[in-house]
Design a protein around this ligand. Structure first.
Ligand code: PEP
Length: 250
């Protein structure tokens, strides 16, 4: 089964609205390659302007977080319905920075995945091990626990639509990337977890990205692996030339 590769930029807490608009003006028409899905996951404040700028292009806009409730007294939070009405298509859920700094548990991640589907958003679910877990040989066990928890209660159709980002935490923003063979090994294993939860067809439909210090000069290596369907990219997605090169490299 053929899966459309997906490169998603995670801007984290970078770029004002005007900076985001300038970025978009430079990548428009360039970070658009047939057969590769291009997604920019921007801070909430940039989303209306970016959705507007992306109109008529093949670039999709994503958020970096969503609250698990549809509305209510949750000061400072943003719901799936609010994102959907803006025209946002994707939402990153369970990024390791959110798990580490905002106490997001596997249970919260699962509730957010359900919230995304309730509002017609596609979740990009992040899983991955800490350095000490890798050194203790626990990488696959950690990914299994996080993946199973994230998929809890999803229908087969929803499961097939999930994008998973395997991001070893020690490789995020460090310049130390996993080898493409190691990434393939873990990502193939994660696909097997989905097959165990559902079936082979569902597992073969799920797109699984690698994330962790992906750059224009190594993206093709990851994309060459059988189970790697794209990349979630932080630092290298911030500069227009680098983002264009990532999409072209994929
Ligand atoms: C990320 O933010 O998800 C990420 C992978 O960052 P970087 O590409 O900078 O390692």
């Amino acid at each position: 089964m053929s899966r459309t590769p997906i490169i998603a930029g995670n801007w984290k807490m970078f770029k004002t609205v005007s900076e985001a608009q300038n970025f978009f003006a430079e990548v428009k028409g360039k970070a658009e390659v047939e057969g590769v899905e291009s997604v920019i996951c921007a801070p909430y404040t940039n989303l209306p302007a970016l959705v507007e700028a992306a109109r008529g292009t093949s670039i999709a806009i994503g958020a970096q977080n969503v609250h698990f409730e549809d509305n209510g007294a949750y000061t400072g939070e943003i719901s799936g319905g609010m994102l959907k009405e803006l025209g946002v298509k994707y939402v990153i859920i369970g990024h390791s920075e959110r798990r580490a700094y905002f106490a997001e548990t596997d249970e919260i991640v699962n509730k957010k995945v359900h919230a995304a589907f309730r509002h017609g958003l596609t979740p990009i679910v992040c899983v991955g091990e800490k350095l000490e877990e890798r050194e203790a040989g626990e990488t696959k066990e950690v990914c299994k626990t996080q993946t199973e928890a994230a998929f809890e209660g999803l229908s087969q159709e929803q499961a097939a639509a999930v994008v998973i980002a395997y991001e070893p935490i020690w490789a995020i923003g460090t310049g130390k990337s996993s080898t493409s063979e190691d990434a393939q090994d873990v990502i193939g294993y994660i696909r097997g977890i989905v097959a165990g939860l559902y079936d082979e067809a569902t597992a073969n439909a799920v797109r699984i990205q690698y994330g962790g210090s992906v750059k224009p000069n190594n993206v093709a290596e990851y994309m060459g692996q059988a189970d790697i369907d794209g990349a979630l990219v932080g630092g290298a997605s911030l500069e227009p030339a680098s983002y264009i090169a990532l999409i072209e490299g994929a």
